[in-house]
Design a protein around this ligand. Structure first.
Ligand code: SAH
Length: 360
């Protein structure tokens, strides 16, 4: 039994079954045993691979997009370049390398990373040791300095905790994590009926509510409306709000039971882009997309970037570039290729013109 499982079982014995949101936030963010707090989960040796770790082309194109967003916002100075959930810091490092060739943008920005994990922050500090601008850290996006902001979030929203509700004969009841007679963690249902959820569905249906993600989106959208700028969200997810449970636990590149080893597996859900777009529009922001990652990267010129890199590459490097291009933009095999499963959405000040990547 993991130390975190013991702690969760003790909490449940004391306070009763906990919401999935509480369970997920302990599994991911517990200060001593949380998944992101204790390890570097990225890359071939870790549990999963993200786009910035596949190829420098991803971060370079986001850097081009960020400097273009800044220019289209009226080239404000000072401005903030913010990243939510920066992982190893690879994306920001690639973005800042591109920014060196756009000096007015680089001169105007200060760089801010929002990260809850001290283990990952230490890796980010190493990766960005030679960054062309000073970098500051906070654990909450609301603690970044005010002013116009360009905000990047790759695979951040999928890591936020969700709630599940199950349709029963009496109505929607919240799914809770409890302990069974053998001492194992198990799913159960709250006695209370959620009268405010009046979504029509058959008995047994599950609805997933990303309340934390929606709150963060509302706060960022309100800031962008007030102060100017743009947020770019890249994540796997679905376009329309739908019924169903997308909770998944991944350890060592394989799916595992989300209750089996809390803190040892990454817990994520598919992002409900329609719900995030509603939250952003309700705050007065403009929403572009979502479009597929393949569409976005091809429109930003990833093929031209690949050709340029190929000219200076060894045959082995050339094969890696072609493979990365296929993984980032391909759409046939969602287990290997990210082009269709991943979506890209921008949230901006209402006066922002339509931006590159989102023209359909
Ligand atoms: N963007 C990176 C990492 C994605 S993993 C990449 O593409 O490689 C999710 C990241 O979000 C990790 O850095 C994790 O520690 C961070 N994170 C998770 N929950 C967070 C929260 N509530 N606030 C800030 N960062 C969080």
């Amino acid at each position: 039994m993991t130390a975190l499982k013991q702690e969760i079982a003790a909490l449940i014995a004391h306070e009763g079954p906990m919401t999935l949101e509480h369970y997920m936030s302990l599994c991911l963010g517990h200060p001593s045993y949380g998944y992101y707090m204790t390890r570097d989960p990225f890359g071939a040796a870790g549990d999963f691979v993200t786009a910035p770790e596949i190829s420098q082309m991803f971060g370079e194109l986001l850097g081009v997009w960020a400097s273009e967003a800044w220019r289209m916002a009226g080239a404000p100075s000072p401005a903030r370049l913010v990243e939510l959930g920066p992982g190893r810091g690879t994306l920001m490092s690639d973005v800042l390398r591109v920014a060196r060739i756009a000096p007015p943008f680089l001169d105007a920005i200060s760089v801010h990373l929002v990260e809850t994990s001290s283990a990952l922050r230490a890796i980010q500090e190493q990766t960005l040791a030679d960054a062309p601008k000073p970098v500051s850290w906070s654990i909450d996006v609301n603690d970044t300095p005010p002013g116009p902001a360009i905000i990047l979030a790759n695979e951040f929203f999928d890591a936020l905790p969700v709630r599940h509700y199950v349709k029963t004969a009496q109505g929607w009841r919240e799914r809770l994590v409890g302990v069974d007679a053998m001492g194992e963690l198990t799913f159960g249902l709250s006695d209370q009926v959620e009268a405010s959820l009046n979504v029509p569905a058959r008995e047994g249906s599950i609805i997933e509510v990303g309340a934390v993600a929606q709150r963060i989106m509302s706060e960022i959208a309100a800031r962008l409306v007030r102060e100017g700028g743009a947020l770019l969200v890249i994540d796997y997810g679905y376009l329309e709000t739908s019924l169903g449970d997308s909770l998944q636990a991944v350890a060592k590149h394989a799916y595992v039971d989300p209750l089996a080893a809390p803190g040892e597996a990454d817990l994520t859900t598919h992002v409900d882009f329609a719900a995030l777009a509603r939250a952003a529009r309700a705050a007065g922001a403009k929403v572009m997309g979502p479009v597929t990652q393949g569409h976005f990267l091809l429109q930003l010129g990833i093929e031209r970037r690949a050709e340029t890199l190929m000219k200076r590459a060894t045959p082995e490097q050339q094969r890696a570039i072609i493979d990365a291009l296929d993984r980032l933009t391909g759409a046939q095999d969602p287990r290997r290729q990210m082009g269709a499963l991943f979506k890209v959405m921008a949230v901006t000040h209402p006066d922002m013109p339509d931006m590159p990547g989102f023209i359909v």
